[in-house]
Design a protein around this ligand. Structure first.
Ligand SMILES: Nc1ncnc2c1ncn2[C@@H]1O[C@H](COP(=O)(O)OP(=O)(O)OP(=O)(O)O)[C@@H](O)[C@H]1O
Ligand SMILES: C[C@H](N)[C@H](N)CCCCCC(=O)O
Ligand SMILES: [Mg+2]
Length: 223
């Protein structure tokens, strides 16, 4: 059983997109995969409760049937920092709620549990909890998604330093090349390779959907 945590240098960076693509690649190689979005902020109210796009995508990409709540135990309607959404509801996110949900997924005995973070690595969940604490608790392997743009070198390096400071390994990273006209694109990717010093799973251009993104990824470093 491999436990992976998909983080990024920021929000809106391509975590869900690449998580789906990685799950597809693994599933195509006959691995059983389940997706997990422990905390979501930005949901639609439906008859069956709050539903978040990321979690629905991960639920759909899972090779084992999962209830929505199993994929996304904590959901907030507002698309804001989750600890602020929690404060507004006078509640506090606790690590035990996340570990309980994670343990339930571990019990499914899939080959991979793919957790998508929210925002970046050090996302606060309360005054005393970060989402990174969940990844640390289970010693997850970390995949970093980097949207390649001006400013990403610093963000990528800071993320890598924080992950390693927490004692976790970066098992791979993805260059999300949303702007193929970025000046010095190749040089930026080469700099990122140096700064991150972990396997590059792929450089993904702007594509139609996550299934197309999968074609640019080599997931063998995740085996
Ligand atoms: N390579 C790509 N090609 C085309 N569209 C992309 C690509 N990467 C990301 N996107 C799009 O950019 C938007 C942001 O990506 P995504 O939702 O995966 O980010 P995220 O890091 O998961 O954000 P959040 O922090 O909200 O979870 C989405 O609309 C997604 O479909
Ligand atoms: C609403 C958004 N799409 C994400 N779900 C939450 C991002 C929180 C980022 C918090 C922060 O680091 O400032
Ligand atoms: Mg997402």
């Amino acid at each position: 059983m491999k436990k992976l945590f998909i983080t990024a240098t920021d929000t809106d960076a391509g975590k869900t997109f690449m998580a789906q693509a990685i799950m597809k690649e693994l599933a195509d190689r006959r691995h059983q995969v389940v997706g997990f979005k422990p905390v979501s902020a930005g949901c639609e109210q439906t008859e069956t409760g709050l539903r978040n796009e990321d979690a629905l995508a991960l639920q759909q990409q899972s090779t084992i049937e999962l209830d929505y709540k199993e994929v996304n135990p904590i959901a907030f309607a507002d698309p804001v920092a989750p600890h602020l959404a929690a404060q507004k509801q006078h509640c506090e996110i606790e690590l035990s709620a996340l570990t309980q949900a994670y343990d339930n997924l571990l019990a499914k005995n899939a080959d991979y549990v793919i957790t998508e973070g929210a925002g970046g690595w050090r996302l606060p969940l309360s005054h005393s909890l970060f989402l990174s604490d969940l990844a640390i608790q289970y010693q997850m392997g970390v995949v970093v998604v980097v949207p390649v743009r001006l400013g990403c070198l610093n963000h990528a390096r800071l993320t890598v330093e924080a992950v390693r400071h927490d004692g976790l390994s970066i098992v791979g990273w993805v260059a999300n090349v949303l702007d193929s006209d970025l000046p010095y694109l190749k040089e930026n990717i080469a700099s990122l390779q140096q700064l991150i010093d972990a396997p590059l799973l792929g450089a993904v251009p702007r594509v139609e959907d996550a299934a197309s993104a999968a074609r640019y990824l080599d997931v063998t470093p995740l085996f």
